[in-house]
Write a protein that binds this ligand. Structure first.
Ligand SMILES: Cc1ncc(COP(=O)(O)O)c(C=O)c1O
Length: 341
């Protein structure tokens, strides 16, 4: 019998967790030659998690592919989730609910940030949520990400529905298990293109994206550093959540977990969550004009801004390869149109 590679072994461990197949996977891994030349730094690559397909795609669909299998097998008839007005996460939950023929109720948090434009409440993800048929419940933001979602689920249960709670950001141990599959894909795709990434850089917020990458990389890319760029301006909270979801996912997968693998980089979130700064708009312009990439001002552009700052600070040499995970978010760009007037 042929020996299994470490990637094959990890893929086998992942296969114990079935997925629905609603995300387009694997997503492409592409070189960013013009951005690399512009920055005169390491070879940069983009893992196109914005290309997961359904409802304009994004990183949450990969988590949902696994998490919603659990929803379906538990007999749920309604998905309940939440997020800020322009949350990409709840837009992907709403799209998945439409595709699966489930009800969808969303707790829409107001007040985490002041609306940056008059169209903030009606365009981008907010428009798509309505098109996907979600029922929106306006609630004030009080810092508890999952409280209003749970209350909404309780109300629906009392009305005789069978709600399934999708946590804020689809971040849970099972969400992180799903996201660990990205590391296996990158390992295979990078090997096929003749390199092993020195680092994988991405923006990190509710934590399960980074948690999954850390667990997956330990098995599939043991020499690769996962670098999470905090976009919440709350690096300690982010790190604590990555540690919790990472440990939970590693336990589910029966894999090792090392807290020292969790690298959350502060200082690139701008003034606050959802408030873009000059480096954010610059990253959007560079991604668009040099690579044809559409980045958003809340997440992916802050991630790229962090990567650019680290390149400029000399973190990598020119002969190293660095993968940027483009986590999506394009619809939110339209709520920030004024940045580009
Ligand atoms: C476009 C985008 N990128 C990155 C993230 C961060 O992922 P996580 O919340 O798993 O840390 C989010 C989360 O909402 C997102 O919408």
């Amino acid at each position: 019998m042929p020996m299994l590679s470490s990637v094959d072994r990890f893929v086998k461990a992942l296969a114990r967790f079935p997925r629905l197949g609603i995300a387009h996977l694997p997503t492409p891994l592409e070189p960013m030659k013009r951005l690399s030349a512009h920055l005169n730094g390491p070879r940069l690559w983009a893992k196109r998690e914005d290309c997961t397909g359904l409802g304009m795609g994004g990183n949450k669909l990969r988590k949902l592919d696994y998490v919603l299998h659990d929803a379906i097998t538990s007999g749920a008839d309604t998905l309940v989730s939440g997020g800020v007005v322009q949350s990409n996460s709840q837009r992907q939950v709403a799209a998945a609910a439409a595709k699966l023929g489930l009800g969808c109720h969303l707790a829409v948090y107001h007040g985490r940030l002041s609306p940056p434009s008059p169209e903030y409440e009606t365009t981008g993800n907010a428009l798509l949520n309505r098109l996907f048929g979600a029922t929106l419940h306006d609630v004030p933001w009080n810092g508890d990400r999952n409280g209003a979602i749970r209350e909404l689920a309780d109300k629906l249960r009392a009305q005789g529905r069978k709600p399934y709670v999708v946590p804020y950001g689809v971040s849970s141990p099972l969400g992180a298990v799903g996201y660990a599959s990205t590391a296996a894909e990158i390992a295979t795709q990078a090997a096929a293109q003749g390199f092993a990434p020195h680092s994988i850089v991405h923006c990190t917020g509710s934590g399960a994206t980074q948690a999954g990458l850390v667990v997956g990389a330990r098995a599939c890319l043991p020499k690769t550093r996962i670098v999470g760029i905090d976009i919440d301006a709350e690096p300690d909270r982010v790190r604590a959540d990555v540690l919790a979801f990472g440990k939970g996912a590693a336990d589910l997968l029966d894999q090792p977990f090392a807290p020292a693998d969790v690298d959350v980089v502060a200082g690139h979130a701008g003034p606050a969550y959802g408030v873009p700064h000059a480096a954010t708009t610059q990253a959007i312009k560079l991604g668009a004009s040099l690579e044809g990439l559409v980045l958003d001002p809340v997440y992916s552009a802050k991630g790229l801004a962090g990567l650019i700052a680290l390149v400029k600070a000399g973190r990598w040499s020119k002969d190293q390869d660095v993968v940027f995970v483009h986590t999506g978010g394009a619809p939110a760009l339209f709520a920030y149109r004024h940045l580009f007037d």
